[in-house]
Write a protein that binds this ligand. Structure first.
Ligand code: PSU
Ligand code: MN
Length: 299
């Protein structure tokens, strides 16, 4: 499969310089226009300013791009463009049909692996959804964390998910989950969840060493880093959970299921908080990108 590299990514990979991958579902389906495009540009510039090359991954008319141009970003960030939400299973369909696609954590990890990129930063991962015993909704992100060798930096699992069962599933898949400077599992908009992780790490070099040792041992799959949102932007967990519960109820009433559920909940939460949750979302992704840059340099 041919990958289309941007000039800067091609050069960085050839010279063995640090590269951090970024996903595109947060651009096309996770954030409203025009904040999505502004945020995507800022994330890339945070990386460039710290001497790391950004590789935003997206599918443009069936072509898999590793690193996109400004006009490609404007295309997939435009709400008027039809953009498929592409997890691993949608990838061949998107390419075969020659349409545009925004990659989720699972597809972005897979393409990163193909491109030889070892680290990827995002906001939050998909997981085991609440009510999974009735509807078996478990994100492909978890499978891919179990199979593809990429470090993923995120802000934990938000409580639209079943956090304890998401952590159990990651354990089954052999994925190390590392709390960055915390032992409490962060919950995306909030840095509190009341649930403890098993491992806390305190430096980027320690994270790099765990990942490299995992792969040196011949173990497959990724490493997950949970970087809590800073106190300044963190929500009180009761406050945000109330909003999340209402959004979940609305989704149930409107019969929203499958891949539509995560974007539906995110946009309803942003509306209900009058954009305050969006601000938190943007800040936490930026913080994850900053941490990923430090880890990439150590690797
Ligand atoms: N979490 C967020 N924002 C997002 C996503 C997750 O806070 O936009 C996206 C990611 O791309 C993730 C995907 O991989 O949603 C998970 O979708 P699903 O639950 O359908 O697997
Ligand atoms: Mn799902």
């Amino acid at each position: 499969m041919k990958l289309f590299y941007s000039e800067e990514v091609k050069e960085a990979l050839a010279k063995n310089k640090p590269v951090v991958a970024l996903e595109s579902t947060i651009i096309s389906h996770g954030m409203p226009y025009p904040d999505n495009i502004k945020c995507a540009k800022e994330l890339e510039n945070i990386l460039r300013d710290s001497g790391v090359t950004p590789a935003t991954i997206a599918i443009i008319n069936g072509e898999i791009h590793v690193g996109i141009t400004e006009s490609e970003l404007n295309l997939i960030g435009d709400p008027k463009t039809e953009v498929l939400k592409v997890s691993k299973r949608d990838l061949p369909i998107c390419v075969a049909r020659g349409v545009c696609g925004a990659t989720t954590v699972s597809a972005t990890m897979y393409i990163s692996k193909l491109a030889g990129i070892k680290i990827f930063a995002t906001g939050g991962i998909g997981g085991v959804h609440r009510g999974f015993s009735e509807v078996l909704d478990i994100s492909n992100d978890l499978e891919t964390l179990g199979s593809d060798e990429v470090v993923v930096v995120c802000a934990g699992c938000k409580s639209i998910l079943d956090i304890p069962n998401t952590l159990e599933y990651l354990e089954t898949k052999g994925v190390p989950v590392l709390g960055y400077k915390t032992i409490e599992c962060p919950a995306f908009y909030s840095n509190k969840s009341g649930i403890n992780l098993e491992y806390r790490v305190d430096s980027p070099i320690e994270i790099a060493s765990i990942a490299l040792n995992k792969w040196d041992l011949g173990l497959k799959g990724g490493v997950l880093v949970f970087n809590p949102i800073s106190d300044e932007f963190s929500y009180d967990s009761d406050e945000i959970n109330k909003v999340i519960d209402e959004a979940l109820l609305k989704a149930k009433k409107e019969n929203i299921t499958g891949k539509r559920i995560t974007p539906f909940l995110l946009s309803n939460i942003a509306k209900a908080t009058e954009g305050k949750s969006l601000k938190s979302n943007i800040e936490l992704v930026k913080s994850n990108v900053r941490l990923a840059a430090l880890i990439a340099k150590e690797m």
